[in-house]
Design a protein around this ligand. Structure first.
Ligand code: DQA
Length: 143
């Protein structure tokens, strides 16, 4: 069975209570439950990883080549700062999709640039948690 790694970056462990007017009411656990259900329908396996530490995310991506067939990543604040996460995605050459819950282009200027998007198949932003579900459908089609 194809395996997809779903990575969530810093502060996404706080979903549910973190700025619900921007990120909604759903917790990361609840999002993961929805993704698991969809994965079963799509007949793919999903594995979740959340970290507030850039190096841990880099390590996880770096070790993913042999175990996974694709990556869905919400790099959170590291989207706008991390050359290291971008290089890790480039290095493993796994098809990857970038997801953002909010529309990063309608927010502060510093959120408008993504270091990660150019090394992904595509970016989904602004559709709340549905973005993760769409990304899973797309990546399951592609791998
Ligand atoms: C985010 C957008 C980022 O700018 C922010 O730093 C996050 C969450 C989103 O999902 O909308 O932590 O990635």
């Amino acid at each position: 069975m194809k395996k997809i790694l779903i990575i969530n970056g810093p502060n996404l462990n706080l979903l549910g209570t973190r700025q619900p007017e921007i990120y909604g009411q759903m917790t990361l656990k609840e999002i993961e439950t929805k993704l698991k259900k969809l994965a079963a329908e799509l007949k793919v396996e999903v594995c979740f990883f959340q970290s507030n530490h850039e190096g841990e995310i880099v390590d996880k991506i770096g070790k993913s080549k042999d175990e996974f067939n694709g990556i869905i990543i919400n790099p959170a604040a590291y989207t706008h700062t991390s050359v290291a996460i971008r290089d890790a995605i480039s290095a493993v050459e796994l098809p990857s999709i970038e997801v953002h819950i909010s529309n990063i282009y309608s927010r502060e200027q510093f959120r408008h640039h993504s270091f990660i998007a150019p090394v992904c198949i595509g970016q989904i932003a602004g559709f709340g948690i549905d973005g993760y579900l769409f990304a899973l459908k797309k990546i399951a089609d592609l791998i």
